[in-house]
Design a protein around this ligand. Structure first.
Ligand code: GDP
Length: 433
């Protein structure tokens, strides 16, 4: 992951910034080789941008930089990071040690942001910043105490961070969830029985023993956490909590979740709750109506009725993909994989930024956001995050004024424009001036 270093003199607010962005109390403490002071590293995921945030704590502090040895080490360290955020004290103003810090940081040649903290009165912003303009670098004024300016810092980081190389993973991770007796084990056995790959076939990957790689139609997939599924014995009551925890862990590791229901019964409120947690984790999802060999209803009629049930029970996610299968006869498995491939393409879809902005502004021109108090909500820019499935950030003057229904309206338009039906799409709104 990319590394973002926070540097600065003691007491300027480095740790406060670190804690706000990572939402932790300092947790991980590591020793950087050759440097006796501790530095703290914490992984952060903001809008799909992953990076390690580093509180350099002591190593870049004050008088240290006057020692040649320390200076060399710090320089070397800063060469190893991707972005540098230097925090200065706006109440004290520019002091000689700050000049040293800025000089060393600039020498590292990385994107560099100067944060002038402790500017508690917004109207003093320009005065506080004035001291630092001579360095010709990006400057943000902030009051960490009042949580002001942090959004600007995060925005700067996400804009400047190099795109993640991305872990090269073959195939999608698929998880099967659903109530007992709907046919999860049966489908699992059906898929793995014929298509199972030996672990040794999977080159260069470590496969968790509970995960089962397989091939369908020449494409590779991994069925996540099949250990629980393949156990035919009924689980005991006190194992439920553990299995609930494990299934959440499995959910997080998966790209596509198959929410399996008994097609003869239809989805229930319990399925609605499972769906909620899938959506909270922002995963691709397909409702699989199993046991379609049972019942004596006419097929089109049965499917229509089932679809209506889906729209009622999953009223918060009406356009979800639905596939009908029979684990007994094998019917519908081909449909299932066609849908899996479609969802895979949707999940990986990226909209070119200019095309996105053109469409977005055309859409809001036709139907502007409702007035927020006495203010018009004005959008400036919209960009897709690195998250999968696709998510977007819209910068606006009054993000609080973007109502949920307007957000749904935007999502609906985006889905229609780029054929992203059946996928949970998110739009974040952020303040910008
Ligand atoms: P799980 O608890 O969700 O893993 O469900 P199982 O796979 O154990 O299936 C429960 C019962 O339903 C078993 O008796 C299966 O043989 C049966 N079953 C599963 N899928 C189908 C299907 O598509 N059609 C029919 N007729 N029976 C099925």
């Amino acid at each position: 992951a990319s590394k973002v270093a926070i540097i600065g003199r003691p007491n300027v607010g480095k740790s406060t910034l670190f804690n706000i962005v990572t939402e932790t109390r300092k947790a991980v403490v590591k020793d950087q080789a050759g440097v006796t002071r501790d530095i703290i590293i914490e992984p952060v995921d903001i809008w799909g941008k992953q990076f390690d945030l580093i509180d350099t704590g002591g190593i870049t502090e004050a008088g240290d930089l006057f020692s040649k040895l320390i200076k060399e080490q710090v320089t070397e360290f800063l060469h190893s990071v991707d972005l540098i955020v230097a925090v200065m004290d706006g109440r004290v103003g520019l002091v000689p040690e700050d000049r040293d810090i800025i000089r060393v940081a600039k020498q590292a040649g990385k994107p560099f942001l100067l944060v002038i903290n402790k500017v508690d009165k917004a109207q003093e912003e320009e005065i506080a910043k004035a001291d630092f303009y001579e360095f010709g670098v990006d400057i943000v004024s902030a009051s960490f105490e009042q949580r002001r300016g942090v959004g600007d810092i995060i925005e700067w980081i996400t804009k400047n961070i190099p795109e993640n190389p991305g872990t090269v993973k073959e195939g999608m991770n698929i998880t099967i969830v659903g109530k007992p007796n709907v046919g999860k084990s049966s489908i699992c056995n059906l898929l793995l029985g014929v298509n199972r790959m030996l672990v040794s076939d999977v080159a260069g990957t470590t496969i968790d023993s509970v995960d089962s790689p397989f091939v369908y139609n020449g494409r590779k997939y991994t069925l996540v956490d099949t250990a629980g599924l393949r156990k035919s014995a009924k689980r005991e009551e006190d194992l439920e909590i553990i299995s609930a925890f494990k299934s959440h862990e499995a959910l997080r590791r998966s790209d596509i979740v198959l929410l399996m229901v008994d097609g003869t019964i239809g989805p229930t409120d319990q399925d609605a709750r499972i769906m909620q947690s899938i959506l909270e984790d922002h995963k691709g999802v397909i409702v699989v109506a199993n046991k379609s060999d049972l019942g004596n209803k006419e097929v089109p009629e049965y499917r229509k009725t089932f679809r209506e049930q889906v729209e009622r029970v999953f009223h918060f996610f009406k356009d979800v993909h639905v596939v009908f299968t029979s684990a007994k006869t094998g019917n519908g498995i081909e449909d299932l994989f066609e849908t899996i491939e479609k969802v895979t393409d949707q999940i990986n879809f990226r909209v070119p930024t200019s095309e996105l902005n053109d469409f977005f502004f055309e859409t809001i021109r036709k139907a502007p956001a409702p007035v927020y108090g006495t203010n018009n909500v004005k959008f400036y820019y919209v960009t897709q995050t690195y998250q999968k499935p696709p998510a977007f950030i819209a910068f606006a003057n009054h993000p609080d004024g973007v109502t949920n229904s307007y957000r749904r309206f935007l999502v609906k338009n985006i889905k229609e424009r780029w054929d992203l039906h059946g996928l949970p799409i998110r739009i974040f709104c952020m303040k910008s001036r």
